[in-house]
Design a protein around this ligand. Structure first.
Ligand code: AMP
Length: 139
């Protein structure tokens, strides 16, 4: 399904471009929660991070720190969050993979609710075994 970011990638609507290469586009968020709030997207059209190819993921990973440095330099912020939402329940509105780079200052940025629990030993064993099975070379 087409998203607003497809229209940006296709040049049908404008964006305030920060960075572009063959695989990645970064632009200012139109509804910033802090000055300099930037979105980094793969040109590969996938809704969620878990669907992204290794190649597209690597291309994002290669430039993400550089874009973070540019956001900090441009805004003067020294703290920031990188937020990546997947699925409506996780607050994803635009169904095209995107990373938010959000400066955190005294007057703006991301508010976080972090309801930390306590890791149970048995559950940790189950989880690590299940995840390892999926991460095996042929998993
Ligand atoms: P999310 O909730 O993670 O899906 O965030 C989607 C983000 O896309 C929001 O922060 C929006 O403000 C932003 N957004 C939506 N349309 C545009 C647009 N045309 N240009 C820039 N940012 C946009």
């Amino acid at each position: 399904m087409s998203t607003i970011f497809d229209k940006i990638l296709d040049g049908e609507i404008l964006c305030h471009k920060v960075y572009e290469d063959d695989h990645v586009l970064a632009f200012l968020d139109i509804g910033p929660i802090a000055d300099g709030h930037t979105l980094v997207i793969p040109k590969e059209r996938k809704a969620q991070l878990d669907q992204l190819s290794d190649e597209a993921a690597a291309a994002i990973g290669r430039v993400l720190p550089r874009i973070c440095r540019a956001v900090l330099a441009a805004t003067g912020a020294s703290a920031y969050n990188v937020l990546q939402n997947n699925g409506g329940m996780a607050h994803q509105v635009v169904k095209h993979v995107h990373f938010h780079v959000i400066p955190k200052t005294a007057i703006g940025g991301l508010g976080i609710n972090w309801p930390a629990g306590q890791l149970d030993g048995e559950r940790a064993k189950e989880l690590t075994e299940a995840m390892s099975a999926h991460l095996a070379p042929n998993g």
